[in-house]
Design a binder for this molecule. Sequence first.
Ligand SMILES: Nc1ncnc2c1ncn2[C@@H]1O[C@H](COP(=O)(O)OP(=O)(O)OP(=O)(O)O)[C@@H](O)[C@H]1O
Ligand SMILES: [Mg+2]
Length: 350
Amino acid sequence: MKADAKAQFRPASGLEKLLSVQDLKVSFSSGDMIARAVDNLSYDVQQGETVCIVGESGCGKTVSTLAILGLIPRPPGRIEQGRIVFAGRDLLHLREDELRFIRGKRIGMIFQDPLTSLNPVFTVKEQIQETILAHEILEQKDIKPRLLELLDNVGLPSPETILTSYPHQLSGGQRQRVMIAMAMSCNPELIIADEPTTALDVTVQAQIIRLFKSTIQDGSRSILYITHDLGVVANLAQRVYVMYAGLIVEQGPVREVIRDPAHPYTRGLLASLPGTAKRGTLLPSIPGTVPAPFFRPSGCPFHPRCSMRQDSCRVHRPRLEPCGPGHFSRCPVLDRNKPLKRSGPISENA
Ligand SMILES: Nc1ncnc2c1ncn2[C@@H]1O[C@H](COP(=O)(O)OP(=O)(O)OP(=O)(O)O)[C@@H](O)[C@H]1O
Ligand SMILES: [Mg+2]
């Protein structure tokens, strides 16, 4: 890539928006049918900030992050509208070589499934090395120490052995750490982590969360962390966006959203967290499932599952309205004076 093209990406500094997704719409087509997986989505990540997007399966979390990296498969996917501004430039208007420079070097991505995102026929060494050499010129003698340091930083014991291993020879937790090492290999300003702990047991999950926390301590890096678990959000992020059926339904500072959730969907997610129900009772769950994008209901998309719905909810899609400092919700009918029943604090075990 030409030097002048690189120079157009200004380095991020100060407390400014590093990433700003604005009014994004992404759809998929099948025959004559068009499904909008992501709808008028807007979110920001500031420098040094950890932001979570939380929502159930099928809400559009992954699709929104793939759009950031220019990885929506076309066809059947299409970005209908929106802007994705990273360090001052709209990623949707970049050439492929400019996007390649951003991917890996300035934005590190940890994909949802490490087994399918790591290449089974290459060793860990070959894969991390390839990522680094795509963006940097390194002398041969400097490569191995750098790789060992990266694996050490993510808490992998015996990094020499891991380097020569193939993905299938590693445990799920080890593979996920390798993915994190790879995402961090070029020291990117933003890391996008898509449900990086989903397939792991609770102990390993907690280790990975601790690892993320340690990587953001110096404030130089931002993290966009995708999860379906509000316990993880409470433990990790400063701000949260709650996503339902392609839409942000609530957003705000994590403490505020968890202390005083302003959307019935957020309340449902909180009530179904382990550690929040009375001892000896079953965890409440939100009835029903997220509607597929081809069959989104009219009005508020959550209304068929919502215990507080009113007639108007079937007709009008609510706007995102302010409901506290930096706190917004897309529900005009929720009575926030009715406290959310929780028997204990949210598990920090994540
Ligand atoms: N390539 C594709 N072709 C057609 N539809 C797709 C494609 N990728 C995603 N979708 C649809 O877009 C919707 C959102 O999918 P997405 O993967 O973003 O959900 P998610 O919130 O990440 O869920 P999960 O928590 O299960 O990972 C889903 O209904 C999915 O079926
Ligand atoms: Mg996903």
